[in-house]
Design a protein around this ligand. Structure first.
Ligand code: ATP
Ligand code: MG
Length: 539
């Protein structure tokens, strides 16, 4: 059963006998790191190939040598593997440069392409508008022989960048601007990350892409909506070069998320201007950033599946993405305790220490319990005690009761304050019959507080993040005005030693705080926020 309109098209093509096996490709340009938008494209390209028992290639669209780097190729491979997708072949547009060139000569010989001496500015100025036709180039009627000679000279390096180009000879009056004698080759004296200085002319994307698709045996070339207006040119190339079967281009809507920039160009700027720590900064929407943030690959794929594949442009709430991540972690992340802004809690009638049983994850039947050391001196959150509580305050107040998670009910008796009236310590009484799992005390305590043992806890650095872009109210503004440079907040916290014993990169639910990933830096435990605990999405 087709899950979306693309699959419906594929089913139709299969039913009509146009094709027998599915071949797709995921086509990044190696000019930056992949972002979550690309995860959607992978979900579509790899996902459809998997579903139809077909194949998906990793196709590097490297027709623009000035921006492409091997560093990006490596990063792209790593990110795809991390998401768990498998490509059939790794292919580069540059693998096909010879054939792409030979096809251009063929178009020239058949009178379907010509060498044009207009400058890029002149070409732009004579392209016409949506309501007016373009103006034909004065070089349009050169003979195939002359065109061939000039094109070969272009290839041999006789001309400077921009001095000449090769254009398809289609229709300057076409209602589709892309069909108005589009440039298909340009001169660019640049070193290519793979072909070096072999070429000084490079094919344009719109011309190269259908050829590369065809040469790879791509049956369905799945891309985003901005290419819809380019489809007539995609088809023109296939028809005029006699491709059979001709790959079919199908467009779907890009994934856009509020509060995130999703363009490699801008992301690169953030990295270069040091607005973030790098491509893998945990605030970045890059896959490297999301991975570093601690977001599981499965949650990203689940999000892509839930967001769906449509033709309708839309912007997805970042809160929806976070809700999907939270749902995943809620089921999978072990629980632990850390205190962000500690105050000391002393249990005056308790001596010694004991282990209490702490549920690893109450939603996971197999997770079981682990032991946490309880003692006389603990830390709790400053915000969990109030000297001046509002009505219905369920946390700790003088004379009030609360439960310490997995341990006992306590009553606060006295607050010690410093010279400025800040609470420095809370003294309390515990009730031995109220032990968790075996509470016979009959005492009612609504609030459950997390805590750490003052004797065995360790110092940790806790990092929290705001969104990199201020919210959508600003969406009319340029991204540079919306960028939130003050989006990383660092706290010192007290944590259970258990958190430092876990493998680096483990995702935990810090009780009542959020989902955090562990790391060690210079021997110190770092807890960095993956996603907050609260669901703001429906608010
Ligand atoms: P950017 O503007 O971020 O640089 P791009 O489209 O130029 O993106 P490519 O490397 O050319 O980046 O993209 C590879 C594939 O991923 C293309 O097919 C493109 O359509 C798709 N893609 C890129 N961004 C998104 C997105 N936000 N949602 C869905 N698909 C996307
Ligand atoms: Mg691109």
């Amino acid at each position: 059963m087709a899950d979306n309109f693309i699959e419906q098209f594929i089913d139709d093509d299969l039913a009509a006998g146009k094709i027998s096996a599915i071949q797709t490709r995921f086509p990044p340009e190696p000019n930056g790191y992949l972002h979550i938008g690309h995860a959607k494209s992978m979900f579509v390209n790899f996902g459809i190939a998997e579903k139809y028992n077909g194949k998906c290639n990793l196709f590097f669209d490297d027709t623009n040598p000035s921006k492409e780097k091997t560093e990006y190729v490596d990063a792209i491979r790593r990110d795809i593997e991390w998401l768990g997708y498998h490509w059939e072949k790794e292919v580069y547009a540059s693998d096909f440069f010879d054939t792409i060139y030979a096809f251009a000569e063929r178009l020239i010989q058949e009178g379907k392409a010509f060498v044009c001496d207009l400058s890029p500015e002149e070409i732009k100025a004579t392209r016409g508008t949506l309501t007016e036709p373009g103006v034909e180039s004065p070089y349009r009627n050169r003979t195939p022989e002359e065109n061939l000679k000039l094109f070969r000279e272009m290839k041999e390096g006789k001309y400077q960048d921009g001095e000449k180009c090769l254009r398809a000879k289609i229709d300057m009056a076409s209602p589709n601007v892309n069909m108005r004698d589009p440039v298909i080759y340009r001169i660019l004296h640049a070193t290519h990350h793979r072909t070096g200085d072999k070429w000084c002319i490079y094919p344009m994307y719109d011309y190269a892409h259908p050829i590369c698709d065809y040469l790879q045996g791509v049956t369905h070339s799945l891309c985003t909506l901005e290419f819809e207006d380019h489809r007539p040119l995609y088809d023109w190339v296939g028809i005029n070069l006699g491709f059979s079967p001709k790959p079919r281009q199908i467009e779907f809507a890009r994934l856009n998320l509020t509060n995130l920039v999703m363009s490699k160009r801008y992301l690169k700027k953030l990295v270069e201007e040091h607005s973030v720590h790098g491509w893998d900064d945990p605030r970045m929407p890059t896959l490297a950033g999301l991975r570093n943030r601690g977001i599981p690959a499965e949650a990203i794929k689940d999000f892509c599946a839930r967001a769906g594949v449509t033709k309708a442009q839309s912007e997805c709430e970042i809160g929806y993405f976070e809700a999907v991540v939270r749902d995943y972690l809620n089921l999978h992340a072990p629980r632990a305790m850390a205190v962000l802004d500690p105050i000391k809690l002393t249990i005056t009638n308790y001596e010694g220490s004991e282990d209490v049983e702490f549920e690893v994850n109450q939603l996971d039947e197999n997770a079981g319990t682990r032991k946490v050391k309880f003692g006389k001196e603990l830390y709790i959150e400053r915000a969990d005690f109030s000297l001046d509580p509002p009505p219905k305050y369920h946390r700790l107040k003088i004379g009030g009761y609360a439960r310490l998670k997995s341990a006992y009910i306590i009553r606060a008796d006295e607050a010690v304050t410093d010279g400025e009236g800040n609470v420095t310590e809370v003294k309390c009484t515990y009730f031995p019959e109220s032990r968790s799992g075996n509470d016979t005390s009959g005492i009612k305590a609504k609030g459950v507080l997390h805590w750490v043992n003052a004797e065995s806890c360790i110092d940790a650095e806790l990092r929290q993040y705001d969104h990199l872009l201020r919210d959508a109210d600003y969406s009319g503004q340029d991204f540079s005005e919306r960028i939130n440079l003050d989006s990383e907040h660092i706290f010192s916290a007290k944590a259970e030693p258990y958190l430092a014993e876990a493998a680096e990169g483990t995702a935990f639910q810090l009780m009542r705080t959020g989902y955090y990933k562990t790391a060690a830096e210079n021997g110190k435990l770092i807890l960095s926020e993956i996603v907050s605990l609260k669901d703001n999405f429906n608010k």
